[in-house]
Design a protein around this ligand. Structure first.
Ligand SMILES: [Fe+2]
Length: 309
C-alpha cells in the first residue's frame, strides 16, 4: 500500500502505459565517455514533443576550452527526428560535467528546470566560491523550479517530478510515462549507488530516496545518469528495470538495512577522490549551465578555491 501521493501518481502513470491507455515515450541515450554521463532525449511519438535530460557541455580543464560536440549530437538528433523540445531537465547540479542546457535552449528552445532545493546548493557553493551579490541564490537562473509531486507532460505523456535527495540536497527523479530518470541515486544493479559525501550530501537520505523510488512498479524502465562499468562488465550500460534494481542492486537490494547502507556508503565515500571537474562543473551548473560573466577584457574565468573541498 502506497501512502505517498506523488509516488502513487508515478505508479499510476507506469500502470497506464502498461495498460495501453498512455503511450510509452521513446528514449534515446547519448553516452559521454570522458565524464561517464548518460544524457537522454525522451519524446512522445504521437506529438513529437520532447524533453532533454542531463546534457553535457564538453570541457577540457587543461586548456580551459569548452566545446559542443556532445550537445550538437543531441541537436542533430532532435532536428533529424523533427522533435519540439518542451523541457530541458536537470536531475541535479552535476559535479562531474558542465551542463549544455543554455546552449541547447538557444538552439532548440524548451524550459530549463531543476529541483527547488537548488537554492541550498547555490547557498553552499555560493559561499565556497565567495560569490558576490551578482550571483542570485534564488534559482532565478532556471525557468522552473520543481517541487516533489509537480506534474507536467511531454506531449500526451504524463510526467511527474520526485524529490530524491541524498547525493545532493536538490536531486530529482523524473518519471515520464513508464520511464524513470533517476539521476545520481542508483546506478546499474552490478555497480550500486551514487556517492553521498559532497557538501549537502547525506547517505541516510539517499537510502530513503532509493527505497522510495523502489516502490515504482517492477516493469518501470530505469535510466541512469552515469555508468562506470562494473568489475567483470565490458560495456557501458545505463538502462535497467526497477525489478532488477530491487532484487539485485549490490548496495541497496531489498535485504539491505538503512544502517548497513550508511556504513557501507560512508566507508566507500571516504576512499573516493573529488571528481576531476567538480569545481568547474558546480560553478557553471549552479548558474543553470551559464558560464560566469566575462571580465572587462572579455574573458570568462572560473575560480579554484584552495584547500576548501
Ligand atoms: Fe552527480
Amino acid at each position: 500500500m502506497c501512502t505517498d501521493t506523488s509516488l502513487k501518481i508515478a505508479r499510476d502513470q507506469v500502470g497506464q502505459v502498461r495498460a495501453g491507455s498512455v503511450k510509452a515515450p521513446v528514449v534515446k541515450a547519448f553516452f559521454d565517455e570522458p565524464t561517464f554521463t548518460a544524457s537522454y532525449v525522451v519524446h512522445d511519438p504521437d506529438t513529437r514533443s520532447a524533453a532533454i535530460v542531463d546534457s553535457v557541455l564538453d570541457f577540457d580543464p587543461a586548456s580551459g576550452r569548452t566545446s559542443t560536440a556532445s550537445a550538437d549530437a543531441i541537436v542533430d538528433y532532435v532536428t533529424g527526428q523533427a522533435l519540439a523540445v518542451a523541457w530541458i531537465l536537470e536531475t541535479h547540479a552535476h559535479a562531474d560535467h558542465l551542463s549544455a542546457a543554455p546552449y541547447l535552449q538557444e538552439k532548440l528552445g524548451g524550459r530549463i528546470a531543476i529541483g527547488r532545493d537548488i537554492l541550498a546548493v547555490q547557498n553552499v557553493f555560493g559561499r565556497i566560491f565567495n560569490e558576490g551579490t551578482a550571483f542570485a541564490r534564488d534559482g532565478s537562473q532556471f525557468d522552473r523550479l520543481l517541487d516533489d509531486g509537480d506534474t507536467f507532460a511531454i506531449g500526451g505523456i504524463p510526467a511527474i517530478a520526485l524529490h530524491v535527495p541524498g547525493h545532493t540536497p536538490a536531486d530529482m527523479a523524473y518519471v515520464i510515462g513508464d520511464a524513470a530518470f533517476v539521476g545520481d541515486t542508483m546506478f546499474m544493479p552490478d555497480y550500486g549507488t551514487a556517492r553521498a559525501d559532497f557538501p549537502g550530501g547525506d547517505a541516510r537520505l539517499l537510502f530513503r530516496s532509493i527505497r522510495r523510488l523502489m516502490q515504482l512498479p517492477d516493469e518501470t524502465r530505469v535510466f541512469l545518469c552515469h555508468d562506470y562499468k562494473a568489475p567483470n562488465r565490458e560495456d557501458f550500460a545505463w538502462e535497467t528495470t526497477m525489478l532488477a534494481e530491487r532484487t539485485a542492486n549490490v548496495h541497496v537490494h531489498g535485504g539491505v538495512t538503512e544502517d548497513e547502507f550508511v556504513a557501507m556508503r560512508s566507508a566507500r565515500d571516504a576512499t573516493l577522490a573529488m571528481p576531476r571537474l567538480i569545481l568547474p562543473s558546480i560553478q557553471v551548473n549552479m548558474r543553470a549551465g551559464h558560464l560566469p560573466e566575462p571580465e572587462e577584457n572579455g574573458t570568462r574565468y572560473l575560480k579554484l578555491p584552495l584547500d576548501t573541498l
